[in-house]
Design a protein around this ligand. Structure first.
Ligand code: FAD
Length: 396
């Protein structure tokens, strides 16, 4: 009989780690593995706030997939998935069809705008190499335009919606970039405004209050104005309307306020919560023993019965578990339950500054910033070994 065919959708944290683990675990000719991704590169999403603000080059946040995988063991197909047909065990690509015996869905997330009018149309989101190149160019262009139209002070106002990890990391970088841009474009720094607007009663909801306070103080000193417990009610081409009926005119609105699962999951008829599939203990989609789900597409409950936040950390661990369970399924062995091990959370606040909790230890300042680098490098090492660490993992 023919060997089973495994198709992996998405070469993000979940998909890449699944592919790499399968390469190791599978014997010769035990399965055909195909990895499908929109681009021929993998992007380091956790690094995207830097190229978005322009404090690093977009190329430093991506790695060619061909340099990561062994193409004798994993077939890479550069294409866009347009439909998943679980009933037929088929995936429809923009330029063809793939049949599978086992499927891994790792297509990542999409911005969640909670139905707030105009956000989808007029706010930018930090989500891919293409989107961060656009954001960086847009920010620079506002400075150039202001010099042509000096009455339009709103061109120098930047609104970031959401003070979760992505929002906080981005405003930290943006605040670092502004002085450079002011110099480059001969703009008075006093004219520039950065607003970070958050609907929840605190920035970084759920994080240690002392560290949140440290972060807010530091970012405020760098020029960020926080509006906490303040919902964005509408976004227009001119700016944002916020709670209290205040309108903030802004040339730039960036939305980091939420992530949901890829829309293809709902389209395929899977039962979803916020676009994510609530997987079983082995990371399978309910009702399918041949479909595994990783990363932002999946929803895993913590022991208290609340969903784990979608992170690169959990996606990576799920990738390893998926690979193990795929091999076990093929061999008829027992599957392994997924158990998340929290190795800590660190959020950067710009150059040389961060906050974090590793184990039970709180960290801030330079120590936390160094820990962030260690985490980044550990990931690079996991996927690309020492050569990749040397190429991409430079300390800044
Ligand atoms: P992704 O990494 O998003 O990968 C999905 C892949 O699927 C991509 O390669 C994409 O191109 C591809 N794809 C999508 N649609 C299609 C399609 N239709 N056809 C083909 N291919 C497709 N997490 C942390 O743990 N720590 C952090 O410090 C951290 N910082 C972050 C900072 C920012 C600015 C952002 C935006 C996120 C951050 N996260 C962080 C969250 C983390 O990046 C995500 O949880 C993680 O990337 C999810 O991994 P994934 O494998 O599910 O999907």
């Amino acid at each position: 009989s023919r060997v089973p065919r495994i198709v992996i959708l998405g070469a993000g944290y979940g998909g890449v780690v699944t592919s790499l683990r399968l390469q190791k675990l599978l014997n010769y000719n035990e399965a055909d593995v195909t990895l499908v991704n929109k681009h021929d590169y993998h992007y380091i999403t956790t690094h995207l706030h830097m190229p978005a603000a322009g404090t690093d080059k977009p190329d430093n946040a991506r790695v060619n997939i061909s340099s990561l995988i062994d193409e004798f063991k994993v077939d890479f197909v550069k294409s866009t998935v347009v439909q998943i047909r679980p009933g037929e065990k088929k995936v429809i690509l923009e330029d063809g069809t793939l049949s599978y015996d086992y499927l891994v869905i790792g297509l990542g997330g999409e911005p969640e705008t909670f139905g707030i009018p105009g956000l989808k149309e007029y706010a930018m989101t930090i989500r891919s190499i293409n989107s961060v190149r656009h954001i960086r160019e847009h920010i620079e262009y506002q400075f150039a335009r202001f010099k042509q139209e000096p009455d339009r002070k709103e061109l120098l106002t930047f609104v970031v919606g959401g003070a979760g990890f992505s929002g906080i990391e981005f405003v930290g970088e943006l605040a670092d970039r502004i002085p450079e841009l002011c110099k480059e474009f001969d703009v008075d720094p006093a004219l520039v405004h950065i607003y970070n607007i958050e609907a929840a009663p605190t920035a970084l909801p759920g994080f240690d209050p002392e560290l949140v306070e440290y972060a807010m103080r530091l970012l405020t000193d760098k020029g960020v104005t926080f509006k906490i417990a303040t919902a964005i009610k509408e976004c227009t081409p001119e700016g944002v309307l916020i709670a209290g009926d205040e309108f903030i005119k802004a040339g730039t609105v960036i939305w980091t306020g939420g992530i949901r699962g890829n829309h293809l999951l709902e389209d395929a008829g899977f039962e979803t919560m916020r676009g994510r599939i609530k997987v079983d203990e082995f990371l399978r989609a309910p009702g399918y023993d041949n479909i595994f789900v990783t990363g932002d597409c999946s929803l895993v409950m913590n022991p208290e019965g609340r969903p784990y936040p979608p992170t690169a950390q959990i996606a990576t661990q799920q990738g390893e578990n998926c690979a193990f369970n795929l091999v076990a399924s093929i061999r008829g062995n027992a599957l392994k339950e997924f158990a998340f091990v929290n190795r800590g959370t660190v959020a950067s606040l710009g150059k040389g500054e961060a906050i974090g909790i590793v184990g039970t230890k709180k960290m801030k300042g330079g120590t936390a910033a160094l820990m962030k680098k260690v985490i980044d490098m550990r990931y690079l090492y996991t996927i690309g070994g020492l050569p990749l660490v040397v190429r991409k993992g430079k300390l800044r």
